[in-house]
Ligand binder design. Structure first.
Ligand code: FES
Ligand SMILES: [Fe+2]
Length: 385
């Protein structure tokens, strides 16, 4: 680990670790009022991971993506363009799609109530008998659109009417991980979990390895917990990498690679596992031989759904012998995930105690302090010293 204090100063960030680093007060993990504020100022304002492009491969393919209390239809149109629409009919506000995914086989999105029909790009195509309604114009009634941003084969959406530009918020990702050729990779496996904890706890858990020796004995053998080096310290994207102790190794049950190196990965990256939080809904972890990511969906103040995906090159997915070996990576990460979820859920329980107010971070947890700053900045909150 580098000298964190100097590093923050060098980058001109307005704090350093000579500052006493406290965590957020417990209400930030328990309060329904603060959670509602987070929905308004974070989840309805920031860029949220919706899916991979491959999850809507053909025209008419769609997913419905829950974001807080909203539901968004992500759909590919006849020209191949991906759109995001609020899942609400312009007639009387009915939720249109109830399924998690599907195909608009007719080429239209049709409301089940009075059969208003929308084109895949959201324009209203047909509204039965509405020509008799004075002044009614179909052009005034498209589906409400959400913004779409694409990077590395990932589809992000933003529900704000005037969001911060995708390039500004996600800029730290651009040009990163080019050797993995992320758009070419495909989902090889998915693990799904429901966790009884606040969404911030899982992001925090991901950005420190202070807990690794006790919680993850095997992970700590493959990546010594003090080997973390961070290179993104503030903003929506923060993180860095850890060095692996085994040459040519990876994060598997036996510490050996699970697959050939991904695309053009070479040099130092063959020895590193990268861990980035893309605030507030993606944890991205390129390994030498695969890419792992978590898609986090906050369901309630104390509940999240987490889908954990493994990406591989299609040539590797097509080889049964590679996929047999790859089980070792899936087994390792399922075990490690569950170790993390257990402590996150225990922390959520402990935070209900009226005696606990807020705790001190260790110098190993400086990234959590940066994450907390991002939350407070988004909420416009200033905590008393
Ligand atoms: S509410 Fe959708 S068509 Fe009437
Ligand atoms: Fe962990």
């Amino acid at each position: 680990m580098q000298d964190t204090q100097q590093r923050f100063k060098k980058r001109g960030v307005d704090y350093d670790v000579s500052e006493v680093m406290f965590g957020l007060p417990r209400e930030y993990y328990q309060s329904e009022a603060i959670y509602q504020e987070e929905l308004e100022k974070i989840f309805y304002q920031r860029w949220i991971l919706a899916c991979r492009e491959e999850e809507v491969p053909e025209p008419g393919d769609y997913l419905t993506v829950p974001v807080g209390e909203e539901s968004i239809i992500v759909v590919r149109d006849e020209q191949g363009q991906i759109h995001a629409h609020f899942n609400v009919c312009r007639h009387r506000g009915t939720r249109i799609c109830m399924e998690e995914k599907g195909q608009f086989a007719s080429g239209f999105i049709q409301c089940p109530y009075h059969a208003w029909r929308y084109k895949l790009d959201g324009h209203l195509k047909a509204a039965p008998l509405m020509k008799d309604a004075p002044g009614f114009q179909k052009t005034d009634n498209p589906l409400f659109s959400a913004h779409v941003g694409l990077w590395g084969g990932f589809v992000f959406i933003n529900l704000a009417e005037e969001p911060a530009p995708f390039e500004d918020e996600m800029g730290a990702l651009f040009g990163k991980f080019e050797d993995w050729k992320l758009p070419e990779l495909r989902i090889a496996h998915q693990l799904s979990y429901t966790l009884s904890c606040n969404w911030k706890l899982i992001l925090q858990n991901y950005q420190e390895c202070y807990h690794c020796p006790g919680v993850h004995p095997l992970l700590s053998r493959w990546t010594p917990f003090r080997s973390a080096v961070h290179d993104c310290f503030d903003g929506a994207v923060i993180g860095g990498y850890m060095e692996m102790s085994e040459p040519g190794g990876s994060m598997t049950m036996d510490g050996k690679a699970a697959a050939p190196p991904v695309c053009n990965v070479s040099g130092d990256d063959l020895q590193r596992v990268h861990y980035y939080s893309v605030f507030p809904s993606l944890l991205l972890s390129p390994h030498p031989d695969f890419v792992l990511y978590h898609r986090i969906r906050s369901v309630a103040v104390g509940q999240i759904r987490n889908d954990c995906f493994f990406l591989l090159h299609p040539d590797v997915i097509g080889e049964p012998k590679h996929m047999e070996r790859f089980q070792s990576a899936i087994e390792f990460w399922d075990m490690t995930n569950r170790q993390d979820w257990r402590v996150c859920e225990q922390m959520q329980l402990g935070l209900t105690s009226r005696r606990f107010e807020r705790g001190r971070y260790s110098p190993q947890e400086d990234m959590l302090y940066a994450l907390d700053k991002e939350v407070l900045k988004a909420l416009g909150h200033v905590l008393p010293e």
